[in-house]
Design a protein around this ligand. Structure first.
Ligand SMILES: [Zn+2]
Length: 267
């Protein structure tokens, strides 16, 4: 689906949804192929039983049409602004925010451990104006583009040590800026290359700095003026880890449904 113009009608969205969740269009009880799609359920003429594929997913209990579900997931995957989506789908801003929260919560926390060459850096998220900013530690392998993002309390040596020991394999080459907190990294069994911004134009931390700007630009667009709640930041970071580490989840709506829509992680 390249744009919303390619979005199938309600009947076909329902069928696609069913196929993504159950793997094929047949009764999950008896295997009968010619099941019927009704507005809020499916019906197997062979078992003579109703089913509800929605109730197997994070959309359980929701009265969103299948078409709106497709639009919503697609817009989320493609980083549309909540304001734009609100006009497109006729849902309220808080409702869309709530769905975004569920989509993100259904994603798994990435268990990635980075190796070889890894750039690390810290960056503040949120608005200084409201006196509430959170520090995020980030790491990226510039070759594989695998990343780790985590909220941290401070940018001291102890926080750096925890982060590095948890997410980066010993023996890797760690690239950082000149901050003193990184001085001890070489003591834990890593090679360390630091960037001296006075001497380099293209520093060794280019990729992680670029990652910050990509994420922040997207957030400014999605939440006009960065009005997202800082309590959402953890889930937002989880989303971005998945965007890099499991990009196939974001390729198509069916992929998202297949991989994560049945996640039991979502409350
Ligand atoms: Zn059946």
């Amino acid at each position: 689906m390249k744009s919303l113009a390619d979005l199938p009608n309600e009947y076909h969205c329902h069928r696609n949804f069913y196929r993504s969740i159950w793997g094929e269009i047949s009764c999950y009880r008896c295997g009968f192929k010619d099941i019927k799609f009704r507005k809020n359920y499916e019906y197997c003429p062979h078992c003579k039983k109703k089913m509800s594929v929605k109730s197997e997913t994070i959309f359980k209990g929701s009265n969103l049409s299948y078409r709106k579900i497709y639009m919503l997931i697609w817009a989320w995957q493609n980083k549309f602004g909540i304001g734009e989506i609100s006009k497109m789908i006729e849902l309220s801003y808080p409702t869309i925010e709530r769905w975004f929260r569920r989509f993100r919560a259904s994603l798994e926390r990435s268990k990635t451990v980075l190796e070889d060459i890894v750039e690390i850096d810290g960056s503040f998220f949120g608005r200084l104006k409201y006196g509430s900013q959170k520090l995020v530690a980030g790491a990226i392998n510039p070759g594989s583009k695998q990343i780790v993002l985590e909220m941290v309390g401070a940018r001291d040596s102890e926080a750096v040590e925890d982060f590095v020991n948890t997410y980066i394999k010993r023996g890797s080459l760690i690239r950082t800026d000149g901050l003193a907190s990184y001085n001890t990294v070489s003591l834990y069994g890593y090679d360390h290359e630091r960037c001296d911004h006075d001497r380099y134009i293209f520093g060794p931390t280019n990729h992680i700095e670029n990652l910050w700007s990509v994420i922040k630009r997207a957030l400014r667009h999605i939440y006009r003026d960065l009005t997202f709640k800082l309590s959402d930041l953890n889930l937002i970071l989880r989303e971005w880890e998945n965007r890099y580490n499991n990009p196939e989840i974001f390729y198509t709506v069916d992929n998202y449904l297949k991989f994560r829509a049945c996640s039991k992680l979502v409350k």
